[in-house]
Design a binder for this molecule. Structure first.
Ligand SMILES: Nc1ncnc2c1ncn2[C@@H]1O[C@H](COP(=O)(O)OP(=O)(O)OP(=O)(O)O)[C@@H](O)[C@H]1O
Ligand SMILES: [Zn+2]
Length: 488
């Protein structure tokens, strides 16, 4: 089975062939750093992280670059609102980005170029475009001339003529102000400085880069003129990626990326989760139990599972029910992942050798190779987890297992190692146990809440509470006279 990848550019799933055999150059558009990341960002970076880890597991040497947009009107506005500076706001939210992503087990990129560190490269690229007549300067601004790029619109499938008629009357004015753009879709490569804003000297006067040019310049500097995979959210296809193509391909005379890949949006009530729509939930709030619809801490791995159980290209509705389902699924998977730490000693397992079950690995790979269908790969893992949980149950109740120790060991190893490819790692209890354990009355309250949930047939919630207690080392025994509990 060979890996195939859906290419937004051709609108087809294609065999994966890299520019250099065995090597993948991958770039993904990063965040504009002016606030905490929300669940939409979590999805985007969990998806690219998992794709990257999967490619590595498939034997590729992957070089992965992700930028930070550290200059932008939104950052400047936030700096003004908080009496801070652009640099301080950007640095702060870059730090917060790492805190959140590390919690979600998103591995660091090989490089994180920041726009403000690439001003020279950006200016050089703009000058190249100007020399080739793809760009023109006017009043300290430089614009890209979209009509000079013959296939403008080829990624998004938009035709300039159609767009032009839709946008008639916009040439020359923007928000009622006079501009010198020659076509309504010409876009800024360089913007002249407004008083009080950060600015750099340039051949066109003091100013700062437009948004799209940063990615073209940073890709060329860190990966070269052509890459294998370009990723980002589907909201970036137009105009951002279209403009990246126009800039890079005009300058370099070769296709910028072999595969254009886009993650679907996290949606809330049918709308994209977005800072501007104020319908967002930050990763931080969710994990810390500060989201009012779900006021309990959420295991970061449940969030990761929530993301990976949907195909990366499809929209993903975020609801508290979907979250609880993901938490329950994670608890089940986690129980199986912890089979080794919990019971390995009884079998005197030596954790040095590893023998994975070929058939399971193959099934896992068949799904992953099918345009990174990780939900299919996960289904394979859940099958395995179910068997391990069943054996654990038999072991606890009967003192021995049905399967042999050797068989269980390779099942567990296979599960742990494949789950790790997807970034789903379970930490053994002794490392996570809260030192301030629940008091008896707190436990009784939770048992009562679970009882209510069961009465209302809300089994997702009742299971969640049972697992929450189990996490704290508290086991429930349901009987005719109600539920009893014991520690350990
Ligand atoms: N709701 C979402 N679902 C999935 N991916 C998203 C979502 N929102 C943003 N992204 C992706 O996250 C990455 C970083 O986005 P960026 O910092 O530009 O945020 P943004 O789109 O401006 O967010 P917002 O609209 O909330 O301001 C991009 O690849 C973008 O496509
Ligand atoms: Zn970009």
């Amino acid at each position: 089975m060979n890996l195939t990848v859906y290419n937004t550019f051709t609108r087809r799933q294609e065999p994966f062939r890299t520019i250099e055999p065995g090597k993948v150059k991958m770039y993904c558009c990063g965040v504009t750093v002016y606030d905490y990341c929300h669940l939409g960002h979590a999805r985007s970076y969990i998806v690219w992280d998992t794709i990257r880890q999967y490619l590595k597991w498939r034997g590729y040497e992957v070089r992965y670059i992700q930028n930070f947009t550290d200059i932008d009107d939104k950052i400047l506005n936030r700096a003004k609102e908080t009496s801070s500076t652009m640099t301080l706001v950007a640095n702060r939210f870059i730090d917060e980005y790492f805190v959140d992503m590390h919690r979600l087990n998103v591995k660091d990129a090989d490089e994180y170029p920041r726009v403000t560190e690439y001003i020279f490269e950006i200016q050089q690229l703009i000058q190249d475009l100007q020399k080739k007549d793809f760009a023109y300067a006017t009043d300290g601004n430089v614009y890209y001339r979209v009509e000079s790029f013959p296939n403008y619109g080829k990624l998004s499938g938009r035709r300039l003529d159609d767009m032009k008629s839709g946008a008639s009357g916009r040439v020359g004015t923007k928000n009622g102000k006079f501009t010198k753009k020659q076509h309504p879709f010409d876009f800024a490569l360089w913007k002249s400085a407004k008083p009080g804003e950060p600015a750099w000297d340039s051949p066109w006067g003091r100013g700062r880069p437009g948004w799209h040019i940063e990615c073209s310049a940073m890709i060329h500097s860190s990966l070269g003129s052509a890459i294998d995979i370009h990723g980002g959210g589907s909201d970036l296809i137009f105009p951002h990626h279209e403009n990246e193509i126009a800039q890079s391909e005009a300058a370099m005379n070769e296709p910028l990326a072999r595969y254009w890949t886009h993650n679907g949006m996290v949606m809330v009530d049918g709308q994209k989760m977005s800072k501007s729509l104020l319908n967002f939930i930050t990763i931080r709030d969710l994990l810390d139990g500060k989201w009012f619809m779900h006021p309990q801490p959420v295991d970061p791995m449940a969030v990761r599972l929530f993301v990976l159980q949907a195909h990366y290209r499809k929209p993903l509705d975020f609801t508290s029910e979907a979250l609880i389902t993901a938490e329950n699924s994670w608890n089940n998977l986690k129980d199986a992942l912890l089979f080794g730490p919990r019971y390995g000693e009884r079998f005197a397992w030596q954790t040095t050798s590893s023998s994975l079950i070929t058939e399971v690995v193959e099934k896992f790979q068949i799904s992953g190779d099918d345009d990174f269908n990780f939900s299919g790969s996960l289904a394979v893992l859940f099958e395995l987890a179910k068997e391990l949980r069943r054996e654990a149950n038999i072991l606890v109740h009967e003192g021995s297992t049905q399967k042999s120790s050797v068989e269980l060991y390779s099942q567990w190893q296979t599960l742990v190692s494949l789950a790790h490819v997807l970034g789903l790692d379970a930490i053994p209890e002794e490392k996570t146990h809260n030192t301030d354990t629940l008091s008896a009355s707190e436990i009784e309250v939770l048992i009562q809440e679970r009882h209510e949930a069961r009465k209302n047939k809300n089994f997702l919630e009742s299971d969640r509470i049972r697992h929450q207690l189990k996490e704290q080392g508290i086991n429930l025994v349901d009987g005719k006279d109600g539920t009893r509990w014991h520690r350990g």
